[in-house]
Design a protein around this ligand. Sequence first.
Ligand SMILES: Nc1ncnc2c1ncn2[C@@H]1O[C@H](COP(=O)(O)OP(=O)(O)OP(=O)(O)O)[C@@H](O)[C@H]1O
Ligand code: SF4
Ligand SMILES: [Mg+2]
Length: 340
Amino acid sequence: MNNQIAGPSTPPGAGIPDAAEPALRVRDLRVGTDNLDLITDVSFTLAPGERVGLIGESGSGKSLTALALLGLLPEEVKASGSIRLSEVGFDVVGASERQMSKVRGDRMAMVFQEPMTALNPVMQVGDQVAEIMLLHRRQPDRRAARRAAVEMLAKVRLPDPEGAARAYPHQLSGGQRQRVVLAIALANDPAVLLCDEPTTALDVTVQAHMLDLILTGVAERDSALLFITHDLAVVATVCERVLVMYGGRIVESGPIDEVFTRPRHPYTRGLLDASDMDAVDGRGRLHTIPGTVPAAGRFPDGCVFRNRCAHATQQCVQVPPLEHKGARAHACWHPVEEPT
Ligand SMILES: Nc1ncnc2c1ncn2[C@@H]1O[C@H](COP(=O)(O)OP(=O)(O)OP(=O)(O)O)[C@@H](O)[C@H]1O
Ligand code: SF4
Ligand SMILES: [Mg+2]
């Protein structure tokens, strides 16, 4: 846990503009094993109350980024760089397990894709919500914590919250279980909420309800939200800003309405074309991004998107720096032209 490696020097322009007092500040995050670089030079900030999407194809490094933030990387995977949370006096990178156990579920909380992995199958869900509040001393005693737990279950709109508090996870539906996970995540008013595909395992009918609960939960607490998803329509609904990740790097970022209408990076353009099911090329075929995401360690040198990019030139054998223009940033030698 929380292994640390010495990182190489930072390329110019790896960050994005700072918020005044960020809830979370990630600087030059690198994650890898002894042989593989998995995340490279990732920098971003989350302002209090800000909702930021992290998107990219499978294998881009989204979940590893979230696990690094929580200090939950597997033993063989090491991190370097800096991850600072507001009101926390140490860096997550290099923190001890004892330090991290004070932060997880308190200043920073996570909703994973599969609720059963987050819940204890042999404990009543009311006790599980109460437990996290007691652990972080947010309630004076078990009785008060149990009462507060029922209130939390009501806030995530579980019908019959008293009865739900006495239920075991297997007695609830998938959607109800995910609401319990959200109740646990929000119980201590986290400064940062991380959601990794929180609605992917749910029926379409309950997805919108869950998104609404997440949005209400972070708005009530002024929590920053990092929302990981493959679903561009969902991210456009939930988030104000987006980070586009590919090959373990952030290749584009900016306000969602600008990035989704005028993407600068060919990868973002490809993602958007591929997500628009009505979009067909001149020969009536649906757009897809050519090729597949390489396995970790198999990305090309230079621009990681080089082997799939229609615009690649000889210059692209060099790593493109993340270039900032106002609130936006992109890492491409030949960005998509702005329409004149
Ligand atoms: N412990 C590990 N050792 C080596 N490689 C790993 C390890 N964990 C993850 N990886 C690799 O790191 C890359 C990024 O994985 P990650 O799970 O972050 O992707 P993701 O963007 O979350 O994908 P998905 O959308 O499918 O969830 C993948 O190529 C994955 O195989
Ligand atoms: S740097 Fe080159 S290869 Fe990479 S996305 Fe831009 S044009 Fe394509
Ligand atoms: Mg993932």
